[in-house]
Design a protein around this ligand. Structure first.
Ligand code: GLU
Length: 524
């Protein structure tokens, strides 16, 4: 049977999406698009204790920023669709709104003998745990220990019926068979076998809040939403045997999705997992967008740090996948064509923050000058410069950007590289001034300035440059020393863009003004 490819990204709104989560969403998206299928966003919010306000909105916005747009699960305005329609036949996509669906599936398993009712209170379970610990063991709820606990396997049918009627803190647990080998296949990891004796009887549904746990909701929804491949993080691999057993218990083996578990993202140094806290500690973002937690603490985001979404997505795609060629720059459309799960690596992928910057630099270079100039406008505004303040307006910005883009990694760098094309220096780096602003040199520099300002050739870089250099050379003055004085007056330091470049932007009058200002402050 040839089924339409349908994959899903199923985050729990327990906080901001980590970049590893974005990568999972991206691989799902690429897989769906490559196979002409659907990419679904499902919000798994059945664990109300872990719910974090704003997290769902964050997830949706982050995916939109990255251009990883779901076919189902959100509408064009970014909201999770709540009622079924032709395009969204499986709505709602938020599990808390599907709560009515799951109970009957859990009960179906009880009736068929694959699950049972458990009446243990948290105090009883706590006691069982403490007793096990006292004898040096770890308590797991399984077919051995459940014999000493209160559940429908140990109580009479009447007692069970009575407790179901009169109490509200019971659960339905999966009845994990004893000593059975579960044989599984993973598209990335290959064949895996696990003995059920290592597994516990997981809770599937809770009467207290009438909600399913992750395992039940996840399997039921993947089935109802006709998911063909489950591509998710490695942290879910330990759940895979239970998920296999659930598909079997429901009799859904024929339509069971194929599974692919993605390796973790690792810290730049060492072998540890890249955690949510690492970013701010290690000096780079781990979140796509900035996040402010309930205590008002901010975590950095790639967007706010000035990354282009295309660069971020490209970088993420290459973290754990490679095309098998030397090509590193891929648009989203190119990734859709090139991606394949069999080239996803099994080993963890080490995150390299310098490589992330490299991608941004490459994408910045690829952008045309006019769009970079547009992006530069808000940066200038932050520094009190309006487009109208620049001679020639936008054209001035386009030319500045053209001159400096090769040196920048982020748009904000434009300011650091070229602020003196917008503002005159008011301070001079002390050690540069001491080194360069010497009487025998600045006297010559003033002469050069007056000569250049009297020069009536075209006011553009190459002609300014030759006039300047011919004049200095003709007088046999020390070229480097004179140039250093000019640069100090123009930029406030001993480094910066070429003198002729700077002059072509700021013009003659400003040139003389800056020479006078430097003279007034440093001596003349
Ligand atoms: N809700 C799970 C999570 O937060 C989804 C795991 C899965 O994809 O099955 O990652």
């Amino acid at each position: 049977m040839n089924r339409r490819t349908r994959v899903r990204f199923a985050p729990s709104p327990t906080g901001p999406l980590h970049m590893g989560g974005v990568r999972t969403a991206l691989y799902n998206y690429l897989y769906a698009k490559q196979n002409g299928g659907d990419f679904i966003l499902r919000i798994e919010d059945t664990d109300s204790h872990r719910f974090v306000p704003g997290a769902e909105e964050y997830i949706i916005e982050a995916l939109r920023w990255c251009g990883i747009l779901p076919d189902e699960g959100v509408d064009a305005s970014g909201h999770v669709v709540e009622t079924p329609s032709e395009r969204h036949p499986h709505a709602p996509y938020r599990q808390s709104q599907r709560r009515g669906i799951y109970r009957k599936y859990a009960e179906q398993l009880v009736e068929a003998g694959y699950a049972y009712y458990a009446f243990d209170s948290s105090a009883e379970l706590e006691k069982a745990r403490a007793e096990a610990e006292a004898s040096g063991q770890t308590f797991i709820y399984n077919q051995t220990t459940c014999k000493g606990l209160r559940n429908s396997l140990t109580l009479s049918a009447e007692e069970t019926a009575h407790l179901l009627e009169t109490t509200t803190d019971w659960t339905i647990r999966f009845r994990m068979p004893e000593n059975t080998v579960v044989k599984m296949d993973d598209l990335i990891r290959g064949h895996i076998e696990v003995n059920t004796d290592t597994l516990d009887d997981k809770v599937l549904w809770k009467r207290a809040d009438e909600l399913p746990t992750y395992h039940l909701a996840n399997i039921v929804d993947d089935h109802l939403m006709e998911i063909t491949e489950v591509i998710r993080g490695e942290e879910w691999l330990p759940s895979l045997p239970l998920h296999y057993m659930l598909y079997k218990a429901f009799g859904w083996e024929d339509s069971m999705p194929r599974f692919a578990h993605l390796s973790l993202l690792l810290k730049p140094v060492g072998n540890g997992k890249l955690s949510k806290r690492d970013g701010d500690k290690l000096g780079f973002p781990v979140f796509p967008l900035q996040w402010t937690n309930a205590e008002g603490e901010k975590s950095r985001g790639y967007r706010e740090d000035g990354y282009f979404p295309e660069a971020f997505v490209n970088m993420l795609a290459m973290l754990g996948w490679n095309p098998g060629t030397e090509q590193e720059l891929f648009s989203l459309q190119e990734l859709v064509k090139a991606f394949s799960l069999d080239k996803v690596q099994k080993a963890g992928a080490k995150f390299n923050p310098d490589k992330a910057k490299w991608f941004n630099k490459e994408y910045l270079r690829l952008k045309d000058d006019a769009s970079l100039a547009e992006l530069f406008v808000p940066v200038l505004k932050e520094h009190g410069i309006a487009v109208e303040d620049c001679p020639g307006g936008m054209d001035y910005l386009v030319k500045v950007v053209h001159l400096i883009k090769e040196r920048a990694t982020f748009v904000a760098d434009f300011w650091d590289i070229a602020w003196y094309l917008f503002n005159a220096p008011t301070e001079y780096v002390e050690k540069d001034a001491a080194k360069f602003w010497k009487e025998e040199n600045y006297e010559l520099a003033f002469k050069v300035a007056h000569f250049v300002c009297a020069y009536d050739g075209p006011w553009e870089k190459t002609s300014i440059e030759s006039a300047l250099e011919e004049y200095i050379r003709g007088n046999e003055w020390p070229m480097g020393k004179v140039m250093n004085c000019l640069r100090l007056a123009l930029t406030g330091s001993g480094s910066g863009l070429g003198i002729a470049d700077i002059l072509s932007f700021i013009g003659k009058d400003e040139f003389l003004r800056r020479m006078e200002a430097a003279g007034a402050k440093l001596g003349k």
